[in-house]
Design a protein around this ligand. Structure first.
Ligand code: TXA
Ligand code: MG
Length: 322
């Protein structure tokens, strides 16, 4: 791993790394982010691996132009447009309806996507040259403080990221403010670098706190949020013989060791690659949901590295039906 001074040639090297599916830590005006190609699910899986997160959290897509915004999200809301005109680039993240192109691993399966345009020249050039929205959480290890210098990133992520673009200390130093704008209301999801009062005075409307609304938009919070609409069980916690007359779909690691006539089988990774498994999981849950099945069964997987986050998601889904 190396710290690269944020000049034009190094930004191009970093952009190339993003294009190739690698990770780059980069400055924004709020905190340093750990970025990957936001449209490449395997690249995004590497972020969770590097951060050592025990669960999948939805990530913010960082964009450098409004055309990229339209690529990833719907904005058919005048208040959202107003906020964008006034506060972008800047420390404001908007949660909007996602377009199909955004992989489920970015949104943790949610129909919404968080987007922001950072107010930092290095970040904007990196995104522009990578030619793709960059998915990035703060570049800290799980449970540690968000980094505001390249050195903080290096201390925490050590060997996990090849390139850290160094553009000095972050101007704002706290994360972006996150709001969700629906047709009916504007809801604050996280306090951050842009004061809520500034938002309220622009749109002439009160920003609601999450508890003042019925919106449930923090996917990680609910024990069973990640559940598909069809019952899902761990394969070793049921007796398959009791389901012979049903249409059963299976999510297996890479082999079928079961004496059962599954209607549909999805292998998480035929090559036994955990990143591929993480990227596939989100897609498979959605696909199986649309297969007209009575039941989905899934194998437990080894809880090391990314396996923890995968199991967390499966466990939350199973909890809903137990
Ligand atoms: O300033 C920032 O926002 C920094 C820099 C790097 O841009 N990024 C950052 O990302 O703080 P992260 O991953 O540490 O925090 C993003 C937050 C998470 O709490 C996540 O739950 C929320 O955004 N989030 C992301 N997508 C969401 C969605 N679709 N709905 C609701 N919340 C979402
Ligand atoms: Mg964070």
């Amino acid at each position: 791993m190396a710290i690269y001074k944020a000049n034009t040639s190094n930004i191009l090297i970093a952009a190339e790394e993003i294009k190739c599916g690698g990770l780059v830590a980069f400055p924004t005006e709020t905190v340093y982010g750990l970025g990957a190609d936001g449209l490449n699910p395997i690249a995004v899986a590497k972020i969770f691996e590097a951060k050592n997160r025990p669960a999948f959290n939805p990530l913010i897509l960082h964009i450098s132009s409004l055309s990229q915004l339209h690529q990833v999200a719907e904005i058919n809301n005048d208040r959202a447009k107003l906020l964008i005109n006034k506060f972008w680039p800047g420390p404001l993240t908007l949660v909007l309806k996602k377009k199909d192109i955004v992989p489920d691993i970015v949104t943790a399966g949610s129909e919404t996507v968080a987007v922001r345009m950072p107010n930092n020249k290095t970040a904007l050039e990196l995104i522009y040259n990578a030619g793709t929205p960059i998915a990035a959480p703060s570049a800290n290890e799980f449970g540690k403080l968000s980094p505001t210098t390249a050195f903080h990133v290096q201390e925490q992520l050590k060997t996990k990221v090849k390139i850290i673009l160094d553009d000095g200390k972050c101007d704002v130093g706290v994360e972006s403010t996150i709001i969700q704008v629906t047709d009916k209301q504007i809801v604050l999801l996280r306090y951050g670098g842009l004061p809520v009062e500034e938002i309220e005075s622009l749109i002439n409307e009160k920003v609601l706190k999450r508890k003042e609304t019925d919106l449930i938009n923090s996917p990680g919070l609910l024990k069973s949020h990640y559940a598909p609409t069809i019952p899902i069980k761990f394969i070793d916690e049921i007796n398959l013989k009791n389901h012979t007359n049903q249409k059963v779909g299976a999510i297996l690691w890479n082999l079928n060791n079961y004496d059962f006539n599954f209607t549909k089988i999805k292998y998480l990774s035929s090559s036994g690659n955990i990143r591929e498994a993480a990227a596939n999981l989100f897609v498979y849950l959605h696909e199986l949901e649309n297969e007209n099945l009575d039941l989905i069964v899934c194998e437990k997987i080894n809880e090391t590295g990314l396996g923890k986050a995968i199991m967390d998601r499966l466990q939350k889904a199973v909890n809903k039906y137990s």
